[in-house]
Structures are given as C-alpha cells and as structure tokens.
Write a protein that binds this ligand. Sequence first.
Ligand code: BDR
Ligand code: CA
Length: 314
Amino acid sequence: MSDKRKIIIDTDPGQDDAVAILLALASPELDVLGLTAVAGNVPLHLTEKNAMKICELAGKPDTKVFAGAVRPLVRQLVTAEEVHGKTGLNGPDLPEPTMKLQEQHAVDFIIETIMREQPATVTLCPLGPLTNIALAISREPRIAPRIQEIVLMGGGLFEGGNVTPTAEFNIYVDPHAADIVMKCGAPIVMMPLDVTHQALTTAKRIAALRALGTRVGVATAELLEFFERFDEDKYGTDGGPLHDPCVIAYLLKPELFKGRFINVSIETASELTMGMTVADWWGVTKREKNATYMRHVDHEGFYTLLTERLARLP
Ligand code: BDR
Ligand code: CA
C-alpha cells in the first residue's frame, strides 16, 4: 500500500491554479487521484481544457481530469477574465491538449472515490468556487465524515475582499456552496487572502523559476508574469499574490503556515456583503469552530519549496 497522501484537486485554472497543479504533480508525497474542473475564473469548457493543458505541460497526461458544474448552485456565474485573460491561462503559448476528458461527471467521481477508499484517506483541495464539493456533499452526505481534510483557497478577513470590499472571488462566486461546505463537519483548513497576499510573485522569484531553464520553469514564469500585472496595479506591490499553490504547499510543509481554529460562517443573504467569510478570529461568538483559518505564511520557505519542486518537472 502506498503511503502517499491521496488528493483530489477541484479547480478553475487560472494561472495560480495551474501552478498549484504543477506543484502537486511534482511532489512524490502526493497521489493526485484526479482533477475536477469547475466554472469560475472562466467558463467550464475552458477550465477543463486548461486542466488538461497543465497535465501535459507537466508530462503527466495520464492524470484523470473530470468536468463538473457549469454554474454556481443559485447565483449566476461571475468570471474573472480581467485577471486571467480570455482563456484563463493567458501568458505562455501552451498547445491544445491531446489527452481526453474522463466521461464520468466530477461530482460522481468525488462521491465514488471517497466512498471506495478507506475513511479519512482522501483529501479534497478546492482551488475555485465550491460548487462541485457542495453538490457531492448534498447528493451523498455520507462522504462528509469520510473526508480526511478539505484544504481550500478562499475567503479573507484582515485583507478584506478582492472582488467586493468584503468577499474573496471563490466564495463570492458560489456563496451557497461555500455555506454547505463550511457546515459539512469535515476538517477544514482555509487559505484566505490574509495568507496569499503575503506570498508575492516578486521579480526575483519569477526570475528564479525562469532560470530553471525547463519547459515548466519558463511556462510558470510566463504564467505568473501575466497573472501579476493586474494585481501589481491594484495593490501597488512588487508581484501579485500567489493564491492556490498555498493549498498544496500546506500538504507538503504545514509548518510554513500559522493560523487558528475558529468559526467561519458565510454570508448568503445581504447583497452588500454577499460571500463574506465571517471569521470569528477573536472568539466573540459561541458559534461552533469549524475551520483552521490561516493567517501567516513563511513566504521565503514557500517559494523555496515551489522552485525546488517545479525543478523536478520537464
Ligand atoms: C482565487 O480566485 C481566483 O481568481 C484564483 O484562481 C484564486 O483561486 C483568489 O481570490
Ligand atoms: Ca482558482
């Protein structure tokens, strides 16, 4: 029996999703059971294709990619082409994928895998809106107590929001799904903007990735150069936040992150604050604790890990 940690990456690539996928595929401690695509940064027909492009870039065309939900549970889909470009993966010139999408629906794959594997041996890594995960939990509630951990990118408290003053993109796009996931009872670790805004893609860090001289190193530098231009203007920083790879880095080196086990509830009623992660950092309510909410990352250690791992890919 393999002692690799089994993960399913639920994703809406997205340049930062792409780097997270590359980091996972480069890491021998992880067994990537499948990638499940969801509509988010761009529509589903692009996120599913982008997921396959990244597997081929990594030289791992045998990775299973499944298509999931085309739209959020209740609200209309909101996309983010202004950040990610028209394809969602603007930057490098990646070839059209030749690998095929799996026929099974992403939600069925998630349910079947968690019910088949031993309890507490499959970790979910959501990097986009939580639609697929919420659908799986709603269709088969018996999966919730069998999930080892849900390590997700989403939310923000001290940094505020990035799509509205109070909401982070992944939660904003499908707040009803996020609400279901936050209440499901499985162990949850959150990587909010409070963490990811510390992990900046500075010019020096991108140069180190490019200097790997490999196909993946150069493509990653190009992805990040495209991705950061929007956030550099917005935040006035050297580089932009690298969100989704924080999830995978946590699986590899949890000691890079610091946070607190608190209650996090999702706003689903007010249009003004829709999708806000109401995080009880100071413990001022009696609401039950449901998530480890990260607040700090050792960003030097994070980029050292990322660069060292990506160097292992072609
Ligand atoms: C999140 O939104 C997306 O644009 C990124 O891929 C990341 O998952 C950051 O708010
Ligand atoms: Ca994402």
